[in-house]
Design a protein around this ligand. Structure first.
Ligand SMILES: *Cc1c(COP(=O)(O)O)cnc(C)c1O
Length: 339
């Protein structure tokens, strides 16, 4: 029996067809800009999303870091969600490595950062203050798709205030597929966008930063400084390319399975459904039963993350099929109702 791993969409393993694409990739030295497959991936995402240039990097954390360091200088500040990945889950990299001060802003329940709070956080130009230079959003945020109308308003706000505008679009394609708004239309509102290939898209490694040629040139320099200059990375780029060709439209299946999982878990007495958004389901269970639930699920070869206590986040992805959803529902049901 295969494990049903609902901890994250990072856990997917490359499919046989993706591995075959990796094996046959044409490669070269990417530090010299000579890896044809990396170059093709970068060109492809830049063109698809309507940007001048793109940069392939190992992780989303590095992609966001390079973006922040390319928009901001030492002593600058960026506005960011208090619960955003960039601020909270990236080791404070912008401050540690970029000397960039974050100004966290509390999210509204829908994940948006209220414009009045953003406006109030912008510092006057005065030697007392860091220079507010950038607004960074995240979409999807905890699975939620930010409303397009909000993205337009935030873009206009950033323009009016002379701020750069960055999107942590780790799951941009989930947002696009779920909302029916193209990734290009969403991304086009921003000055730079970071996209993860190794989440729902199912590649083993890699993120891509897109932006203007000037921004990507800076990011390329910072990538080398951060130790991210890699060589025959085309084998990894081939996986990304394969993912873009074959794994975007199918994200709708992950969303449908998350909806089905949510509906069925919500009917179990003892499980409180908080909601489901794109490929994520959020449920509360009684905190004192959590350990036992985890043991019970593991016995059925199901993994969940219990790090978000008391809320459980269950994430669907390429390696979760209908049988995996059914097994999960059954295991929850036997645990809470005994049958
Ligand atoms: C996963 C993720 C990242 C990047 O994470 P890495 O593990 O460094 O690839 C960035 N932002 C969001 C919202 C993410 O979920």
């Amino acid at each position: 029996m295969e494990w049903v791993d609902l901890r994250s969409d990072t856990v997917t393993r490359p499919t046989p067809a993706m591995r075959a694409a990796m094996l046959s990739a044409d490669v070269g030295d990417d530090v010299y800009g000579e890896d044809p497959t990396v170059n093709a991936l970068q060109r492809r995402l830049a063109d698809d999303l309507g940007f001048e240039a793109a940069l392939f990097v190992p992780t989303g954390t590095q992609s966001n870091l390079l973006a922040l360091m390319s928009h901001c200088e030492r002593g600058d500040e960026y506005l960011v969600g208090a619960d955003a990945h960039t601020y909270k889950f990236e080791g404070g990299g912008a401050a540690v490595l970029g000397s960039i001060q974050p100004q966290p802003i509390a999210h509204d329940v829908d994940g948006t950062l209220p414009l009045d709070k953003l406006a109030a956080a912008i510092k006057p130009i005065d030697p007392h203050f860091a220079r507010t230079r950038l607004l960074a959003l995240e979409n999807t945020w905890h699975g939620r798709v930010l409303p397009l109308s909000y993205l337009h308003a935030a873009r206009d706000f950033a323009r009016a205030r002379g701020l750069g505008f960055h999107l942590d679009g780790a799951r941009l394609f989930n947002a696009a597929v779920a909302s029916g708004v193209s990734a290009r239309e969403i991304a086009g509102l921003f000055d730079s966008v970071s996209i993860c290939l190794s989440k729902g898209l199912g590649a083993p490694v890699g993120s891509v930063l897109v932006g203007s040629a000037a921004l990507i040139e800076k990011a390329r320099r910072w990538r080398k400084v951060a130790g991210g200059g890699w060589r025959q990375a085309g084998m990894l780029a081939a996986a990304g390319m394969y993912a873009l060709d074959h794994h975007v439209a199918r994200l709708a299946e992950d969303h449908a399975r998350a909806a089905s999982l949510a509906a069925q878990l919500g009917e179990i007495h003892g499980v409180k459904l908080l909601g489901h958004h794109t490929n994520m389901v959020f449920v509360d269970v009684p905190a004192e039963r959590l350990r036992d639930l985890d043991v019970h699920l593991r016995a059925a070869e199901i993994r969940i993350s219990i790090g978000y206590l008391p809320t459980l986040r269950l994430v669907t992805h390429l390696d979760i099929d209908d049988a995996g959803v059914a097994r999960t529902v059954k295991a929850f049901r036997t645990f809470f109702t005994g049958g």
